[in-house]
Design a protein around this ligand. Structure first.
Ligand SMILES: NC(=O)c1ccc[n+]([C@@H]2O[C@H](COP(=O)([O-])OP(=O)(O)OC[C@H]3O[C@@H](n4cnc5c(N)ncnc54)[C@H](OP(=O)(O)O)[C@@H]3O)[C@@H](O)[C@H]2O)c1
Length: 296
């Protein structure tokens, strides 16, 4: 089975590629520009440079590879960047997904799309897959529109929504936990929200959930996140405590007192019963995920 991944140089892409290689799948990792993954020596790994917003390049890559499965993880994934560069966000997250779908359709590939808790409005939280969406920022809107396109795909598809992904950084890009560590170690104050609720996701769990979707050819929408319900402030305090660092540098802020370019949904977090039942998904606790993030 040939599995083509976009955004393979990214945070999730790294772990997903690694797990698929370990499971002896044939992985075609794609990314913008050069390969930043450490798997080039593996015989079931191949890297192809592919900007998925370029229809000609995508067409050539699909014609050559003829993938059985496509995991479209690549995206403009930072909400503030999407809010400030809306044209670029639309081209990447919506038009790029449509280009991928059109080419996958010709190969009848199983299409798996990575989406986000930011498609929800954040008024209720602990969302189930079928609940109605209502994004509050441009990033969420691009993902909502891309989800709609995926649901029109004529062959098998799955949409994987996830929440605030953390873990050991792969190719340099930090996540909330590692940024907190860096700031506090430098003695800098770090402002973090106390009026948002999330179910943070350990990156290796998310990758394992996607591997299960591929191997079971599970179609439809899946929510993959952790189970601990935490505010970013609580996550920051637990991180500092785990690392023996000063919690006094962590400052509580709220949406009213701290402005960002993109509005955030207040309460998200997922109900993950469908993934537990259907995929055998067993997420790591936040305490365990913290240990693994900073181990060795
Ligand atoms: N991380 C989270 O907390 C989170 C939460 C909810 C949903 N998600 C979704 O999950 C997916 C994976 O997230 P992630 O954390 O792994 O994000 P990430 O680290 O930002 O990775 C995204 C990758 O997409 C690549 N990319 C962007 N535009 C591209 C293009 N035109 N052609 C080819 N590659 C392109 C980026 O390339 P460069 O590195 O070269 O820029 C990057 O490597 C994304 O779809 C994201 O929206 C993530």
């Amino acid at each position: 089975m040939k599995i083509l991944i976009t955004g393979a140089n990214g945070f999730l892409g790294h772990y997903l590629t690694s797990q698929l290689i370990e499971k002896r799948h044939n992985v075609i990792a794609t990314g913008k520009g050069e390969c930043r993954l450490p798997f080039v020596a593996k015989e079931n790994f191949q890297y192809v440079s592919m900007d998925f917003t370029d229809p000609f390049v995508v067409h050539d890559v699909f014609a050559e590879i003829q993938p059985d499965v496509v995991v479209h993880a690549g995206a403009m994934s930072k909400p503030d960047d999407c809010e400030q560069q809306q044209w670029q966000a639309y081209v990447t997250n919506v038009e790029g997904t449509i280009t991928m779908l059109l080419n996958a359709e010709e190969q009848k590939s199983f299409f798996i799309f990575l989406s986000t808790d930011f498609v929800f409005d954040g008024l209720t939280g602990m969302y189930k897959e079928e609940e109605s969406r209502g994004p509050v920022n441009f990033y969420g809107k691009t993902k909502e529109e891309a989800e709609d396109a995926v649901q029109e795909y004529e062959h098998d598809w799955a949409i994987v929504r996830t929440v605030l992904v953390y873990g050991k950084p792969s190719s340099g890009r930090g996540n909330l936990l590692t940024v907190i560590k860096e700031k506090i170690e430098k003695g800098e104050e770090y402002s973090v929200f106390d009026d948002q609720v999330r179910t943070p996701t350990f990156v290796e769990d998310l990758a394992a959930g996607i591997v299960a979707i591929i191997e079971k050819r599970a179609t439809g929408i899946y929510h993959l996140s952790g189970e601990d319900v935490l505010t970013p402030y609580e996550m920051a305090c637990k991180t500092a405590e785990h690392l023996g660092l000063a919690q006094s540098l962590i400052k509580k802020v709220t949406a009213e007192t701290f402005s960002q370019p993109a509005k955030r949904p207040a309460k998200t977090g997922f109900n993950i019963e469908k993934a537990k039942r259907g995929l055998g998904y067993t997420p790591t606790s936040f305490a365990e995920g913290l240990k693994k993030t900073f181990a060795g």
